[in-house]
Write a protein that binds this ligand. Sequence first.
Ligand SMILES: C[S@@+](CC[C@H](N)C(=O)[O-])C[C@H]1O[C@@H](n2cnc3c(N)ncnc32)[C@H](O)[C@@H]1O
Length: 314
Amino acid sequence: MSPLLKDQEIIVDVEELVYGGEGRACYNEQDVLIRRGVPGDRLRVRITGFKDTAARADIIEVITPSDVRQVPICPVFLDGCGGCQWLHMDYEAQLYWKGRMIARIIQDYDTLSHVQVHQVMGMDDPFYYRNKMVVRMRGPKEALRIGFQDNKKWVLNVYNKESGQCYIQHPMNNQLGRALAVSLTQQRRPLKSATIRVSDEEEVSLDLEKKWRTDIASDLEGIGRQTPYVHYTIHDRRFRVTSPSFFQANTRQTGVLVETVLNLLPKQPAKTAIDVYCGVGLFTLFLTDRFESVYGIEESKTALEDARHNAETL
Ligand SMILES: C[S@@+](CC[C@H](N)C(=O)[O-])C[C@H]1O[C@@H](n2cnc3c(N)ncnc32)[C@H](O)[C@@H]1O
């Protein structure tokens, strides 16, 4: 059997999704990972390269679409935007394949073979939810591209156009993205990226390169209230999150996540809990209702400071 060659065109049937979001097909006993491939698709693909033992490929033609393939709501998605991976598949299928991926990863660990992976819980409305955005900028002032990086580190333009938006970002992040595009096209500053976090309390934290921070921050004024940290209320608890600290990016689903974890805990009172990798204390603080003592372990200085603050203001 001759090995696959770069630029070779082949026809394949996608069998499953693998970690990273590519569709996996098999051709002459070799794995082929196809960007934007959907399980159930029959595709004509071109081999773009090889990594580890698998060939990588791009779609040339969808010969027979999978039953779960859908037209993506976002116009930038099929151009290759890296802001999300799965808009070309219906939401139920996304949830199913997320669960399968986790199950596959767990299978590789002998010590976890007893773990049962439950069905992934979806959102009622899986759009406009991300509270944190890392937006990248490339190109000259006249042709600025501001958006998200694809897998080849190419930045596709999302925000440097009227009503440009990302369908999974919080509406305030989209407003800030567009305002940033206006600011940078009026006066190009060689900014490469910005990290922006927003909360439902209309707070905005901007993590910008020091040199441009004041100018750009003042251009973005009027959209929310700028602050060094934002707050998220999950059930009855409010968490402070300083810009570099981790917090779950989907605020709406975080309540569901916490509830699920608490429901899985043994009902009888227990003595000690250790929240390894505790971040700003999301689970740690809920665990204090159930355990005599709770320890949180965290390596990030800002997250630790936030966790202490959050514990003190319980
Ligand atoms: C994915 S976050 C989860 C945080 C928290 N459990 C939550 O759900 O909000 C993982 C956290 O682990 C921390 N972390 C990563 N490696 C660590 C290590 N070796 N020791 C302690 N903390 C670590 C990171 O700084 C980060 O805050």
